[in-house]
Design a protein around this ligand. Structure first.
Ligand SMILES: C[S@@+](CC[C@H](N)C(=O)[O-])C[C@H]1O[C@@H](n2cnc3c(N)ncnc32)[C@H](O)[C@@H]1O
Length: 281
């Protein structure tokens, strides 16, 4: 090995150029960690975790998933309203810098990296820096919430379309196409909408969506402490009050199919509630 001009050091290809060892540039993989349940990770995501030198992760990634990569150094760049650790630009630069150190960098994000995950910005930063960057998709929260509740996002006869929107805009309330979202027979899934639930319900109702439209709020989807509240558009704001964990607001006729029975599994601590189902417009 020592006589070879190229040698592998700690899994890293080091080229010898004019007697100087030059560390090969590493790469970045944007990995969707799914909604929390480690069983919802893809096999490709698991392989990426197992090959990582460093995990750059946010606050929505569960400890069980981080533990699947015990060999990797962890960097928590969690962004929460009250604990804004690193601005996005700094995260982008961090990914580039780590890859330039020759590391196998996994940027681990809750759900899917390209669904309200700012994965596009991180991919662009890597591309601009000439760093190889690939994306491993993840199960987005809406899919897990819908599957867990048995409430399909599309359903023949009652939900011909599904739209994912954000309830949070950089400078306050979201500016959405309320008229389009208010049409019946479609499901509207609101991410990051807990604090703006009242505003969203008011806008949808003002644009013509019936207050009696079924609505499902799912907190901590796929986790042991998952909580579902079946309500109506009129009851959305009160259903969202006091939620602490990540939650989705799902509005649409097909949400009436949600399973709100307490499961028989005694280990499950989920809470299932029905609120205001009879309230009208
Ligand atoms: C910044 S977005 C990230 C979305 C993520 N990329 C995805 O694909 O699920 C954060 C929002 O996703 C939703 N969310 C993420 N994980 C969730 C979960 N386990 N249960 C319910 N909602 C979740 C919440 O609306 C939360 O405010």
């Amino acid at each position: 090995m020592a006589s070879s001009p190229d040698r592998i050091v700690a899994n890293r290809l080091v080229a010898l150029s004019g007697g100087e060892a030059v560390r090969a540039v590493g790469r970045v993989t944007l990995v969707g960690a799914g909604p929390g349940d480690p069983d919802l990770l893809t096999i490709k995501a698991l392989k990426a975790l197992q090959a990582a030198d460093v995990l750059v992760h946010d606050g929505l990634v569960s400890a069980e998933i981080l533990d699947l990569a015990p060999q990797a150094r962890r960097i928590d760049v969690a962004k929460r309203k009250s604990r804004h650790t690193l601005p996005q630009d700094d995260i982008n630069q961090l990914l580039v810098a780590l890859a330039r150190e020759g590391l196998e960098v996994v940027r681990l994000k809750g759900g899917d990296p390209f669904l309200f995950g700012r994965g596009g910005e991180e991919l662009s930063a890597c591309r601009e820096a000439g760093i190889a960057c690939t994306v491993v998709p993840g199960v987005t929260a809406a899919l897990a919430a819908s599957a867990g509740a048995g409430a399909p996002l599309t359903h023949r006869g009652s939900a011909q379309a599904v739209t994912f929107v954000t309830g949070h805009a950089a400078h306050g309330e979201p500016d959405l196409d309320w008229a389009a979202l208010a049409r019946p027979n479609q499901t509207v899934v609101v991410y990051m909408g807990v604090s703006t639930a009242g505003f969203i319900a008011q806008r949808l109702t003002a644009a013509g969506r019936a207050g009696a439209t079924p609505a499902l709020v799912v907190e901590n989807a796929s986790r042991a402490d998952e909580r579902r509240i079946l309500t109506t558009l009129a009851g959305l704001a009160s259903a969202a009050e006091g939620l602490k964990g990540p939650a989705l607001l799902m509005v649409g006729e097909a949400m009436a199919m949600a399973d709100i029975q307490t499961p028989g599994d005694a280990a499950t601590v989920a809470v299932f509630e029905v609120q205001n189902v009879s309230s009208g417009q």
